[in-house]
Design a protein around this ligand. Structure first.
Ligand code: SAM
Length: 210
């Protein structure tokens, strides 16, 4: 198994209570995402965490399938969705590697604060590309620490060994953009609220992988 839920299960309760670091940027990302949503859309979220964003977007699409590797995250997400009275939202505990979604069945995939946590982002992006209908979108917000903290490559594995950090991959915004383009996406929207902040990208399935 290349990905493990252990770190995320451990921090789930704390994560659910943590305030959003940059509320204005979060609201702007919700606003831009909404511009891409339609009431007939099938949306998948990978790494949905405790479900807040899936719950926020559910009223604007037909159905959201929100998934996460951590059962503790999903447990909290299910409670939140029940409290919010959202009915067009289903949750599943699943690693991105194990998701079995028919090809060309989705209109939108959300990957928020998760692509940098994967062993192989190219593999995940290719998988998302296959799941999307032609013209469908991947919407991602990703911390690209290769631009500001290259040294993390050395301290990250120590933090991981000590169990205080998850797997974190080091890459730049340009490397992420290149991955999306190589996979057959065209960048529709790109915004980074500030240096070192997560880059927000909406990329449209434009053709086959290069
Ligand atoms: C930083 S949190 C982000 C949660 C949420 N998307 C957000 O923006 O608040 C990363 C989430 O990705 C999940 N995750 C990590 N690796 C994963 C994988 N391989 N497959 C699916 N989910 C994963 C973690 O369990 C965690 O809930």
């Amino acid at each position: 198994m290349t990905h493990s839920p252990v770190f995320w299960d451990k921090v789930a309760a704390r994560y659910s209570k943590k305030p959003i670091t940059d509320e204005a940027a979060y609201q702007e990302k919700l606003r831009v995402t909404r511009e891409y949503l339609r009431p007939d859309m099938e949306m998948l979220e990978i790494g949905c965490g405790t479900g807040s964003t899936a719950i926020a977007h559910a009223p604007f699409v037909k159905h959201v399938h929100a998934t996460d590797i951590s059962s503790n995250m999903i447990e909290i997400a299910e409670d939140k969705a029940a409290a919010a009275g959202v009915s067009n939202l289903t949750f599943d505990v699943s690693c991105i590697d194990d998701l079995d979604v028919p090809d060309k069945s989705l209109d939108a995939v959300l990957a928020l604060s998760v692509l940098h946590l994967l062993q192989d982002r190219d593999e995940a992006i290719a998988k998302v590309h296959a799941m999307l209908k032609d013209g469908g979108v991947i919407i991602t917000s990703t911390v690209c620490i290769g631009d500001t903290m290259k040294f993390f490559k050395f301290i990250g594995p120590v933090g991981r060994f000590l169990g205080v950090m998850p797997l974190v991959r080091v890459f730049t915004v340009q490397e992420l953009v290149d991955s999306l383009i190589e996979a057959g996406f065209a960048i529709d929207y790109q915004w980074q609220p500030g240096r070192g902040k997560a880059v927000f990208i909406v990329a449209r399935k434009a053709g086959p992988a290069r």
